[in-house]
Design a protein around this ligand. Structure first.
Ligand code: SAM
Length: 255
């Protein structure tokens, strides 16, 4: 059966939200006043995490799709009724000057692949976007990009530079981002994509003080319950719950 990409899988949203709230609870022990989220899509994992943390502050949400921000305004208000939601309808690169100087948390879930491929395709995300990773058109686009070395360099450098600029210009206390493997990775379809995305994600990770050992300890828990069969396979333990796929730490001072 064809899955409608825009219909969020509530359990998965909740699960990833649990991982964010666990990391934030342990790495940021103060009251959270100001959060920035980059590229939520038609999703609410970060809002779910903030709900768990009883968040009542201000969240700035950056996305260059107005359809996404219309969704976010409504959905996030339902999940976080006491929070102030400020939507920034800009590309990441252009959004930095609209953000406050002092930011408690910078959060972004699984956005690096989208930042890369949307820059390459020059297509904006909308309600009609079929971004299912098994989509042939999208896989072909990744393959095409993989063979286009100068575009990879140009696009990933631009994304890296935007993160570096953001991290240098603002006082961000904690960055938490993930880039776990998508479902189709396990069907062996996304090798082109992974090689490009992982390299870019790891360069961004080097801008932060992420202590993988500590992150792995924090991620060693069972949101679905220890008996859940999904913990038998590699998908959760080696993927969503592995520090290799997370950035979670402060910004390096020497940037
Ligand atoms: C599929 S979503 C990311 C995954 C989502 N956060 C999740 O947890 O499942 C991709 C989002 O990135 C946004 N996006 C892509 N390129 C962007 C850019 N350069 N600046 C801002 N937003 C961008 C798209 O509009 C879309 O909303």
């Amino acid at each position: 059966m064809k899955k409608n990409y825009n219909q969020a899988d509530a359990e998965w949203e909740w699960y990833i939200g649990q991982l964010y709230s666990k990391l934030i609870k342990n790495l940021f022990i103060k009251r959270i006043n100001c959060v920035v989220e980059l590229a939520p899509g038609f999703r609410h994992k970060i809002a779910d995490a903030l709900k768990e943390l009883d968040f009542k502050g201000t969240i700035y949400v950056i996305d260059n799709s107005s359809d996404v921000l219309t969704y976010v305004k409504k959905k996030y208000k339902e999940i976080l009724p006491e929070a102030k939601i400020i939507c920034i309808d800009k590309s990441f690169k252009d959004s930095i000057k609209y953000l406050p100087k002092k930011i408690d948390l910078f959060l972004s879930n699984h956005s690096i692949d989208d930042l890369i491929i949307s820059t390459y395709s020059k297509e904006k995300y909308s309600i009609n976007t079929n971004n299912e990773l098994l989509n042939n058109k999208l896989l072909k686009l990744w393959e095409q990009l993989y063979n286009d070395h100068s575009s990879i360099k140009e696009i990933t450098n631009e994304i890296y530079d935007s993160f570096k600029e953001l991290f240098k210009r603002k006082n961000i206390e904690l960055v938490v981002m993930s880039q776990y493997q998508s479902n189709s990775y396990f069907l062996g379809n996304t090798n082109y994509m992974n090689k490009i995305v992982d390299k870019c994600f790891n360069r961004i990770k080097q801008l932060t003080n992420t202590a993988d050992k500590r992150i792995n300890k924090l991620l060693d828990f069972y949101p679905f319950g220890i008996e859940d069969e999904r913990y038998n396979g590699k998908y959760l333990i080696n993927n969503t719950q592995n520090a290799i796929n997370w950035i979670a730490g402060t910004i390096k001072k020497e940037l």
